[in-house]
Design a protein around this ligand. Structure first.
Ligand code: AMP
Length: 213
């Protein structure tokens, strides 16, 4: 199973990628998380891309393509992968095809924009393992502490109102056209994002079982 998850920031791609990772036993690869780790580790790459993330802009295509190209060579990707947040432009998707980094399906999680803004403002992420929570919709068991690794939860630097607005604009101009790109290849599946995480997970699993059948 090789999948890419499409959807606006805050649609729940990271949360659902974690569910799919467990179900299919294949790795979820989040370019956003790889970038945040590089920034936190202050690597040369991290320093180079920090300004883009802080402004809510996309990181240049060649940089993210190189990241994914290297990551999918790892042994754990042998039976498939879940791409979360990649590709994010038509140019990234075209380069992927040329490099034969293919997907069987592009699964879009469709969530209305007013819900998205609430989700992003209430989102908390683990400063260590990157697990995501929402203060009301998907809270950690102990406030401010990651259920998975016990580290502190924080607000992502790009989950602040001005940057959120800009990211949504970038999504609609540069990433949304990917829906048509995958639809034209017969690979697009759209699932409506539900209020409860588990309801969206159920809808996704059903949609994937339907195409596997
Ligand atoms: P995410 O965690 O997927 O919301 O990504 C956070 C930020 O990382 C985005 O706003 C971009 O600045 C950057 N980013 C993640 N994935 C990509 C990508 N495929 N192409 C360009 N920039 C990306």
């Amino acid at each position: 199973m090789k999948l890419t998850l499409l959807g606006a920031p805050g649609a729940g791609k990271g949360t659902q990628a974690a569910e799919l990772e467990k179900e299919y036993n294949i790795p979820a690869i989040s370019t956003g998380q790889i970038i945040r780790e590089a920034i936190a580790a202050k690597t040369a790459l991290g320093n180079e891309v920090k300004t883009y993330i802080d402004r809510g802009e996309l990181v240049p295509d060649d940089i993210v393509v190189e990241m994914v190209k290297e990551r999918v060579k790892d042994d754990d990707c042998k039976f498939g992968y879940i791409l979360d947040g990649f590709p994010r432009t038509i140019s990234q998707a075209e380069t992927m095809e040329k490099l034969l980094i293919l997907v069987d399906c592009a699964l879009e999680i469709d969530v209305d924009e007013d819900i998205i803004v609430d989700r992003l403002s209430g989102r908390r992420v683990c400063s260590s393992c990157g697990a995501t929570y929402h203060i009301t919709g998907n809270p950690s068991k102990k406030e401010g502490v990651c259920d998975k690794c016990g580290s502190t939860l924080k607000v992502r630097d790009d989950d602040v109102p001005d940057v959120i607005r800009h990211r949504l604009k970038v999504y609609s101009e540069q990433t949304k056209p990917l829906k048509d790109f995958y639809d034209a290849r017969g690979k697009l599946i759209t699932v409506k994002g539900q209020d409860k995480v588990e309801d969206t997970t159920r809808a996704i699993m059903k949609a994937l079982k339907d195409i596997e059948a």
